[in-house]
Design a protein around this ligand. Structure first.
Ligand SMILES: CC(=O)N[C@H]1[C@@H](OP(=O)(O)OP(=O)(O)OC[C@H]2O[C@@H](n3ccc(=O)[nH]c3=O)[C@H](O)[C@@H]2O)O[C@H](CO)[C@@H](O)[C@@H]1O
Ligand SMILES: C=C(OP(=O)(O)O)C(=O)O
Length: 425
């Protein structure tokens, strides 16, 4: 199994490009199933999750063409999905269990083909992650849904517009119902909708395909259903979590890093926390610079919330920063019930962290020491790399397949900033 080896102790310095957002490209790829013509997506990151989505779409009969000349090449990298050959409606367990976002084919398949069978994703390291709100939304649009033999089985004639009030803010449920409503007859209203920037990006792509959507990015979304959606070309939003991870790396190592092609407007909460930690934060168009001028960061308190609050997907990285910061910081995780799996591994590197329920108190120590550690999920993996960048000696991170789900070329990007990091095995 591959591992990542990091030798700590170098301040990062330089510029690094940000890739397209994992959490935008996955729903957008699923949305192509709604169209009756090919859809081309650009700025597609070369991620394992994108490859998994390709398998899900191809398994349904869609043509998925990845342009080999541009693949992995950042903003030019393109995928074209031709949904005209879709003749299946099953997303199998083998794929869904490796990537929960596969559940996002439910709405498009149901709206376009009147039937969908999607394996229940099951729990994962960070929590149980139920899909009741997705199901409730489909039912509100007139679908019959049963859960049996581990599958969500949904059927409908043409969906009809409806009003859905989500019980809690869910990014995935908002996306699934939004996509389904685009082809429903009449108007739908989504109340208590998630406001994440990736939802706005999905809505922009759907609009380019011919959908009529108002209010994406707010808590209430109106959709006027149309009879058909056509082809489009769409470029994926920059990944705010990847960008944030590099900026935390700058802050932790006392360095100076500029992220390029970023989307600072979606990063207010994270940039404010970096400033609170003592970093100089400079935003110039789509470039963000964090300059720490060799200083040690100050510990910050973090409370994860739905957007525009502080994102849960940056919690582990800020915990890593607090581990070597001056003072103590309190981290409260309110989105997922079990998202502190990185704590034990950070402790192996010498971190002082006490967990009480959903709260972790992190007291900064002057330095960490390298050790073998194990990645338990995607952002936990990122936090261990960050800790490895400042730890004395070598940190060897196992189970890095989690990392490859969501970070494109992370070793190459960090090496470009002066980190000593390599993949082995
Ligand atoms: C591919 C993708 O975009 N993943 C992101 C998405 O995940 P995802 O869309 O799965 O996360 P949700 O916003 O749905 O989950 C938020 C909370 O709602 C709960 N819930 C959700 C749906 C449901 O039907 N019932 C229910 O109880 C979840 O268990 C969780 O506690 O948003 C999360 C929260 O910002 C991010 O951490 C993930 O990176
Ligand atoms: C939890 C995450 O992703 P997913 O929803 O794909 O598991 C994440 O991106 O941190």
């Amino acid at each position: 199994m591959q591992k990542i080896v990091v030798e700590g102790g170098r301040a990062l310095d330089g510029e690094v490009p940000v890739s397209g957002a994992k959490n935008a490209v996955l729903p957008i790829l699923c949305a192509t199933l709604l169209a009756n013509e090919p859809v081309t997506i650009r700025n597609v990151p070369a991620l394992h999750d994108v490859a998994t989505t390709k398998k899900v779409l191809a398994g349904l009969g869609a043509g998925v063409e990845i342009d080999p000349a541009t693949w992995g090449g950042g903003r030019d990298s393109a995928v074209t999905v031709d949904p005209r050959g879709v003749n299946g409606h099953v997303a199998p367990y083998e794929l869904v269990k490796t990537m929960r976002a596969s559940v996002l084919v439910l709405g498009p398949l149901l709206a376009r083909h009147g039937a969908a069978e999607v394996s229940l994703p099951g729990g994962c390291a960070i929590g149980s992650r139920p899909v009741d709100q997705h199901i409730k939304g489909m039912q509100a649009l007139g679908a019959e849904v049963v859960v049996e033999h581990g599958f969500i089985k949904a059927r409908a004639g043409r969906l009809r517009g409806g009003r859905v009030t989500f019980d809690m803010v869910s990014v995935g449920a908002t996306e699934n119902v939004l996509m389904a409503a685009c082809l429903a007859e009449g108007e739908s209203v989504l109340e208590n909708a998630a406001m994440e920037p990736e939802i706005v990006d999905l809505a922009d792509c759907l609009a380019a395909m011919g959908a009529k959507i108002e209010g994406a990015g707010s808590g209430r979304i109106h959709v006027q259903g149309v009879a058909a959606l056509g082809g489009a070309t769409h470029s994926v939003l920059a990944d705010r979590i990847e960008a944030g991870t590099f900026l935390v790396a700058a802050a932790m190592t006392g360095g100076r890093v500029t992220v390029l092609h970023a989307h600072p407007q979606s990063m207010d909460a994270v940039l404010a926390k970096l400033a609170e930690a003592g970093a100089e934060v400079l935003v110039e168009g789509d470039r963000i610079t964090v300059d720490m001028r060799g200083r040690r960061p100050r510990a910050v308190d973090v409370n994860t919330l739905p957007h525009p609050g502080f994102p849960t997907d940056m919690q582990a990285q800020f915990m890593a920063m607090n581990c070597i910061a001056e003072g103590a910081g309190m981290i409260r995780e309110t989105i997922f019930e079990n998202r502190f799996m990185h704590v034990q591994e950070l402790q192996r590197l010498g971190a002082d962290i006490k967990v009480d329920g959903h709260t972790a108190v992190v007291r900064g120590v002057p330095d960490l020491t390298g050790a073998p550690v194990m990645a338990t999920d995607l952002r936990a993996s990122a936090s261990l790399i960050l800790a490895g960048l400042v730890a004395r000696g070598e940190t060897v991170i196992d189970r890095i397949y989690h990392l490859d789900r969501g970070y494109e070329n992370i070793e190459a990007k960090l090496s470009g900033l002066g980190a000593k990091i390599r993949r082995v095995g």
